[in-house]
Design a protein around this ligand. Structure first.
Ligand SMILES: Nc1nc2c(c(=O)[nH]1)N[C@H]1C(S)=C(S)[C@@H](COP(=O)(O)O)O[C@H]1N2
Ligand SMILES: [Mo]
Length: 217
C-alpha cells in the first residue's frame, strides 16, 4: 500500500468497525429476479460520494491505463487508444455496502470483455486486481470482472464522469457491492492467484454479492 493512502482515516476506521460489528446485516437473502432492492439496502435518488478522501485529478493527455500480468503482452492505453475501443452503453442499479442503492444509472464506456480481448488474457488468468490513482486496490474473480454488464465507464447520464465519482475512467461491476468498482482506474493486473484489496484485507467480503448480503468476511 502506498504511503499516501489514508488507511488510518476516521472513515476507514469507522468502516473497519462496521465490518467487526456486522453493521447493516439483515440475515436475509433475495434474488434480483424477484426483488429489485437487495436485503438491508435503501433507495437514494442522489449519488453519494464514497472514497478514501483523496480525489486525484488526471488530465486526459496524461491519462494511462496499464493492463498486465497474465496477458499475452502488457498493454498501456492512452486516452486516444482507449477511446478507439468499441463503446457500449449500459443501464444498471448500484449497491453500496454502507446500505444505499441507486437505480437506473446510464453508463458509457468500454466493456470489460472487449478490454480483456484487446489485451489477450491468458488461459491461466483467474483474477483481476485493480489499482487506482489514490492508492486504492480491489480484487475480483475473472468471471465477475468479465460479467456482461461490467464496463470501464467514462460517462454517466451522457456526461463525462465527474472527478468525485472516479473520472476519467472507473470500473462499474453492478452485480457486486460498489467497493469492487474502482474509481480513477490506473492499472488492471490479471493474476493466477487471488490478492485481497484495500477493503478485503479490512474485513470486507472477498466476493461482495449484495443479494447474498456478502458485506463482511
Ligand atoms: N479509487 C477508489 N475507488 C473506489 C473507492 C476509493 O476509495 N478509491 N471507494 C469504493 C467504495 S467503498 C465505494 S462505495 C464506491 C463509491 O463510488 P461513488 O463515490 O462514485 O459513489 O467507490 C469504490 N471505489
Ligand atoms: Mo463503500
Amino acid at each position: 500500500m502506498s504511503d499516501d493512502t489514508p488507511d488510518d482515516s476516521k472513515l476507514t476506521r469507522t468502516k473497519q468497525r462496521w465490518a467487526d460489528e456486522g453493521r447493516f446485516i439483515t440475515g436475509r437473502t433475495s434474488r434480483p429476479e424477484t426483488e429489485r432492492l437487495p436485503p438491508g439496502q435503501h433507495l437514494v435518488k442522489n449519488w453519494p460520494v464514497l472514497d478514501l478522501g483523496i480525489e486525484p485529478s488526471i488530465a486526459l493527455p496524461s491519462w494511462r491505463l496499464d493492463i498486465d500480468g497474465a496477458v499475452e503482452a502488457p498493454v498501456a492505453l492512452n486516452w486516444a487508444a482507449f477511446s478507439g475501443l468499441p463503446q457500449v452503453e449500459r443501464i444498471s442499479d448500484i449497491h453500496c455496502v454502507t446500505s444505499w442503492s441507486r437505480y437506473d444509472n446510464h453508463w458509457t464506456g468500454v466493456s470489460t470483455q472487449d478490454l480483456a480481448a484487446h489485451a489477450g488474457i491468458r488461459a491461466d488468468a483467474r483474477f483481476a486486481v485493480l489499482t487506482s490513482h489514490d492508492g486504492y486496490t480491489t480484487n475480483l474473480a475473472l468471471a465477475d470482472f468479465l460479467s456482461d454488464d461490467a464496463l470501464l465507464a467514462h460517462s454517466w447520464e451522457g456526461q463525462a464522469l465527474s472527478g468525485e465519482h472516479g473520472g476519467p475512467v472507473r470500473l462499474v461491476v453492478p452485480h457486486l457491492y460498489l467497493w469492487k468498482s474502482a474509481k480513477w482506474l490506473r492499472r488492471i493486473e490479471f493474476t493466477t492467484s487471488d490478492h485481497k484489496g484495500f477493503w478485503e484485507v479490512r474485513g470486507y467480503h472477498n466476493h461482495g454479492d449484495p443479494w447474498l448480503e456478502q458485506r463482511y468476511s
